[in-house]
Design a protein around this ligand. Structure first.
Ligand SMILES: [Ca+2]
Length: 184
């Protein structure tokens, strides 16, 4: 009697099985939703450089960075350290030449900054100084900054990331969580 076999499974077992299946589906859907939100960048953005200035090797290749360049002060999600920038009349006080990108790019600059005196500036510029973008760091509390404009960088050129704080008038700033983002 094949019709009798359908009723062999008790109804409570069938309900549990359905409930477990729905529960598993819910978890899968939640994980999928979380996965799409895991990064700060959108689908048309690519991070080409980032730095949280946590350990000495994070400033390998930088110019102008002294032995005591880190400070134990960081923005939210910025780890434990940030970069301290302060210098005299000759700038920039620190800079780093990025690896070149093999395609024409439009680049955004993001960072967190904290002004310790009378402000500072961080920027990106082309190697021939013909074009650049910059951010003025002026808030006394940790603040997220993003450049209003993009910098067009032709293929195979090394963009310079630079920072200065101080000159004739003393100043200093902290910088952390730098991101240079290629927008497509
Ligand atoms: Ca940091």
């Amino acid at each position: 009697m094949p019709f009798m076999r359908i009723n062999v499974l008790p109804s409570w077992l069938t309900n549990v099985t359905v409930s477990r299946t729905l529960f598993c589906l819910l978890i899968v859907l939640c994980l999928g939703a979380c996965d799409t939100n895991k990064g700060p960048t959108g689908p048309d953005e690519q991070i080409v450089y980032q730095n949280s200035f946590e350990i000495p090797s994070d400033v390998a290749g930088w110019e102008g960075i002294g032995a005591n360049a880190f400070r134990s002060d960081a923005p939210p999600n910025g780890g434990n350290q940030s970069l301290f920038i302060s210098g005299g009349c000759i700038g920039p006080h620190a800079y780093f030449d990025l690896q070149s990108i093999t395609e024409d790019s439009y680049l955004l600059l993001r960072c967190w900054g904290k002004d310790l005196s009378t402000g500072g500036i961080i920027g990106l510029e082309l190697p021939d100084y013909s074009s650049g973008i910059s951010l003025s760091i002026g808030a006394a509390n940790w603040t997220a900054y993003q450049s209003a404009d993009t910098l067009f960088c032709p293929a195979d050129q090394r963009v310079r990331l630079w920072m200065s704080a101080g000159g004739i008038i003393y100043s200093a700033m902290l910088i952390d969580l730098i991101e240079i983002v290629r927008v497509k």
